[in-house]
Design a protein around this ligand. Sequence first.
Ligand SMILES: Cc1cc2nc3c(=O)[nH]c(=O)nc-3n(C[C@H](O)[C@H](O)[C@H](O)COP(=O)(O)OP(=O)(O)OC[C@H]3O[C@@H](n4cnc5c(N)ncnc54)[C@H](O)[C@@H]3O)c2cc1C
Length: 448
Amino acid sequence: MIIKNGKVIIAGGGLAGISAAVFLNKKGYEVELYESTPKLGGRTFSYIDKFSNRIYDNGKHILAGWYKNTLDLLELLNTKDKLFKNHSFFLRFYDNNKEMHELDGRGLSGKAGFIKALLKYRKLNFNDIYAISKVIYACNFRTNKYLSASNLKEILESTNQTTNSIEYFWKPLSVSIFNTSTENVSTKLFARVIENALSEKGNLDLLVPTDSLHNVFIDSAQRYFRNEDIKFSLSHRIVSVETSGNKVSYLKDSNGNKIEGDEFILAVPFWKANEFKNVFNLNGKHLQSSTIITIHLFTLNDEIIKELFIDEQPMIGFLDTTIDWAFKESNNHFSIVISGADNIRSPISGKVLTDCTKEEIFGICISDLIKSLKEFSFPLIEKYKIIKEKRATFVPDKDSDELRPSNKSKYDNLFFAGDWTDTGYPSTIESAVKSGKICSELINEKKL
Ligand SMILES: Cc1cc2nc3c(=O)[nH]c(=O)nc-3n(C[C@H](O)[C@H](O)[C@H](O)COP(=O)(O)OP(=O)(O)OC[C@H]3O[C@@H](n4cnc5c(N)ncnc54)[C@H](O)[C@@H]3O)c2cc1C
């Protein structure tokens, strides 16, 4: 008979909840997870079109070498091999002069690879690189007066960044990592991310899932749960946390049932936390959210896909355009991503992108591809699908530094998990997975 350490109840089946469940199971705890929707995965999920048998993600999710906790989780879920890895820093871009540019650090790793990539990037001259290096130096050694600025935009102003360094380095970096523009990125978080990215060899490697999010994270988690006897209940909403003294007694579900355990983890998203006001109080404040728009394009032939993806790299970026990235999904399917869409206006109607019709967003996409590609072969589109994820991430502004809670609550047996808890990372898979792992460690430490 397996002796369990105690029973842990988790509310929320996104990656934070999944991570907490898996790492607690490894430590010998009995786990029960409750998810309010009919599926696990939260903000990482795939649509399955039963008619065409197609599967596509709510948005491409990119991982990086510094996602250590996520890689540990994928190892346990047996899906680590479903990631394309460059083994060096490498990014390819097209600009609106139809030129290709590469940030190519291949052959060298860590900081040396990064420096090589900057030196070879034809969008930057010596002055641009010098300006960038002042900021990187400040973050890496935390010695500099520039870090007293409250956001990335202020840092860029106080370090006299050049127009090129802003347009072709800082802006793409800000939307890709933080899903927002430079004025919304807190200095504290920015400095931590840069320091972390350059702290170890391999941290800058980009990892692109080669399979759907469903297959990489969700199906594998469900299989793991079944094999390990982790109970999970879908379409099962937790509505309150009942306390007595400094302890949680039970959670209540929407049918009024009591769910009892020894330890409890609230792994709900940032916009739901305020629903549990008795245990979690931000004094009426809340984290702001930021939108990601994904455009899936299914083509009748592979011409445009061959033109976009000239080798095995499954991801390319765009400069001077509304669209940010394109990802190869298969020989007749690619997806386009527009990050931080709340701060972008349509070049067609002038409306904020999140308010534009799907037809207009499709038009912007095609027009940007025409601007960027030399031999643009008009894709014969069989079908397109546009997904606006309005609460894809929280905005990591200065206020968020104060609003993100620690994983330990003021109650002895209650913990918080989620990408929005104070993990030191932006709103990412790694932050979610790390938060779940921290909760598992905090619970286990109580036993020692
Ligand atoms: C389009 C898009 C693109 C993204 N791209 C990237 C990327 O490239 N790289 C990256 O690292 N990250 C990316 N992210 C962010 C990443 O998806 C999130 O940071 C991560 O999934 C958050 O996980 P979580 O578990 O903290 O929260 P969630 O995924 O929001 O999970 C919370 C869960 O709690 C459930 N829940 C809510 N209320 C209750 C309740 N009362 N009772 C029970 N259950 C409840 C919800 O239904 C949900 O399943 C992207 C997100 C989106 C949407």
